[in-house]
Design a protein around this ligand. Sequence first.
Ligand code: MN
Length: 226
Amino acid sequence: MKKFKSLIICIIIIVFSVSKTNAQPKFQLPQLGYAYDALEPFIDTQTMQIHHLKHHQSYVDNLNKALENTATENLSIEDILKNISSYSIAVRNNAGGHYNHSLFWTILTPDKNTKPSERLLQAINQQFGSIDSLKKLLISAAAGHFGSGWAWLSVDNNNKLFVSTTPNQDNPLMDIAEKKGKPILGIDVWEHAYYLKYQNRRMDYLLAIWNVIDWEEVSRRYEMIE
Ligand code: MN
C-alpha cells in the first residue's frame, strides 16, 4: 500500500512537471506580415531583424517572466495595461513593450498606396484640418519627445482623435497615461528603431516611416472602436 501510494505521488509529480514544461508561455512574439527587407529603403533590413527578433522578443520573455506566479492567466494584455499602476515596473515596461511593438508591426506596410477610410479621413479633417496637418503634428510631437518613447494617434472617450507621446514603453491604454485613449497608430521613437540607418537624425527617420504607414490597418483599428 505504501509502495502504491508513493507510485501515485511519483506519477503526479511527473505529470505535473511535464505539463509545466510543455505549457506555452502566456505571451508570444507575433510574426511580421511582411519580410524583414520589405520596408527598404525607409526602414532597413537589419534594424527590422534586430528590432523584431531581439528587442521585441526580450519584451515578450521578460513579460512572461514578470508574470510568473501571478494571477493573470485569464487576463488579456489590454486588461493588464488598463490597471498597470497595480503591477511592478517590470510588468509596466514589458507589457507596454509587447503591446506597443505588436501594434507597430501591423501599422507598417510595404504597400505605398494605402489610404485612410472615408470615416477616418473625415475624423482627421475635422480634428486636424487635413492629413498633412496631422502628419506635421504627429511628426513634430515624435521629434520633440525627449529620450525614448512613442508618438501616438489615439481615440479618446468622446471618440475624438488626439496626438500624444508617452515615455519609455508606456502607452495611452495605461491608467497612468497623461492622455488616455485607444491608440490606432504608434511610432517608435526609441533609438533602436532607427539608429543603424539614421543615427541622430530622428526627423529623417520620421519622414521616412511616414511612407510605409498602413492606413488600411489604422482605419480598421479606428472603425473597430466606434
Ligand atoms: Mn522598439
